[in-house]
Ligand binder design. Structure first.
Ligand SMILES: [Zn+2]
Length: 413
């Protein structure tokens, strides 16, 4: 019997073979050996990073260089790579979210010039592209970068310049999500919402609310979200991270969130969980960040497995590449090691990431087709759910008529 998987070829051969051989040839082919999940393979696969903070995702060495150039005084002992890593709790467990957020005082201290903002945005997109993130959504709160008198528009222009430069040099598309801050004056959130609206279609793809959840309800910022909604813009809200399901309810019903940042505690409310599943509201899951901020005791207990098995639309993201010392590749790897995700399941997670992106529908559909092809090429098979769509053979005219339907949008993929 010849090698390879060409079944028809084998059957043709069988017609001329002896009965004994024919019996052997017609035996169904053995299943293809499963591709072993390795970090190297995961690094090669096309990915998204939809929840990634600019001020938490700098290169360590860049902070040191910027501090030196700008004569910014870093905390005592934080003027070496080792000391700085310690000062920002790099990859270390914090007692809670507020302790974790203190690291951002340091990173923001060097992000007060246009050059620094452009450089760090550029480097972040380059780092993401280096691990084959094909689509990156970077979020930040421009108001945290006005200490030296920069205007909100100049700040945002600088970030967009950096991202555009990276996109020209690498295979990556980017979008900016502007964040209001829960514990700041709601009028500041409104100003940031105005900025988002002004930059709609010019690099800004959505509006978010970040910061400490406890004691800072999202509904205080509804005016900002009303403006966003009136302008038909996308929204995502950090919710269900450091506070329970009530916070997710507010994000959805008071703010009109289209995606939820984290949603780790959604599992505490079965009814809301069903609502999120049925409405296909994507959750931006950040596994290692949730461990670092003690939102979950350990990774094996993270509700991602439950969400995935229920059919919730979930994606894996970094949150803060530097502070949490992570990449999307690392997040996928830990989902495999700690939560038992198989390669086929990881592929579905990747596809769901692309589906959750704040991209125009037709652009997203084209991108998904390329993602499916690349996943098939690198892993030996299409993601589950994409197979049926590709096998359907319809003529060109009919295909045109059916294009509004996402060809891979079957079942839970
Ligand atoms: Zn976040």
């Amino acid at each position: 019997m010849k090698g390879g998987n060409g079944l028809n070829h084998d059957v043709d051969d069988a017609a001329a073979a002896s009965p004994e051989t024919r019996k052997h040839v017609l035996t169904p082919p053995a299943p293809r050996p499963r591709k072993k999940v390795t970090k190297e393979l995961l690094r090669k696969l096309p990915k998204t990073d939809l929840h990634c903070h600019l001020d938490g995702s700098l290169r360590l060495v860049t902070i040191l260089e910027l501090a030196h150039q700008q004569k910014v005084k870093l905390p005592v002992g934080a003027d070496t790579a080792e000391g700085l890593a310690k000062a920002i709790h790099l990859g270390e467990r914090c007692k809670d979210l507020p302790e974790y957020l203190k690291a951002f005082d340091i990173t923001c201290s060097v992000l007060q010039t246009e050059e620094a903002l452009e450089r760090t945005a550029y480097e972040l997109a380059c780092d993401a592209a280096a691990e084959n993130v094909w689509h990156l959504e970077v979020r930040y709160a421009p108001i945290l970068h006005t200490r030296r008198g920069l205007s909100l528009t100049r700040i945002n222009d600088a970030v967009l310049r950096g991202l555009r430069r990276a996109s020209r040099e690498h295979q990556i598309t980017t979008g900016v999500i502007l964040c209001g801050i829960r514990n700041m004056d709601p009028r500041d959130s409104y100003r940031l919402a105005e900025l988002a609206v002004a930059f709609k279609g010019r690099g800004v793809v959505a509006f978010d609310l970040a910061g400490g959840e406890r004691g800072n309800p999202a509904k205080d910022h509804t005016k900002a979200f009303e403006l966003i909604r009136e302008n038909n813009m996308n929204t995502t809200v950090h919710a269900g991270e450091a506070y329970g399901p009530a916070s997710i309810k507010q994000a959805l019903h008071d703010c009109g969130a289209h995606r939820i940042g984290h949603g780790t505690r959604l599992s505490e409310d079965g009814d809301l969980l069903k609502y999120v599943t049925d409405r296909r509201i994507p959750l931006e899951i950040c596994l290692l960040s949730n461990v670092q901020t003690s939102v979950v005791d350990d990774l094996a207990r993270h509700p991602l497995r439950l969400y995935f098995d229920l059919g919730v639309r979930v994606s894996l993201n970094t949150d803060n590449r530097l502070i949490t010392d992570t990449t999307v590749t690392d997040e996928l790897w830990r989902a495999h090691v700690d939560l038992g995700f198989t390669l086929e399941e990881l592929k579905i997670l990747l596809v769901q990431g692309f589906k959750s992106a704040f991209l125009p529908y037709r652009e997203k559909r084209e991108l998904l087709q390329r993602v499916n092809d690349t996943l098939a090429e690198l892993t030996g098979s299409l993601p589950k759910g994409a197979v049926l769509a590709r096998e359907v053979d319809i003529d060109e005219e009919l295909r045109e008529a059916f294009t509004p339907v996402d060809p891979s949008d079957t079942d839970r993929v």
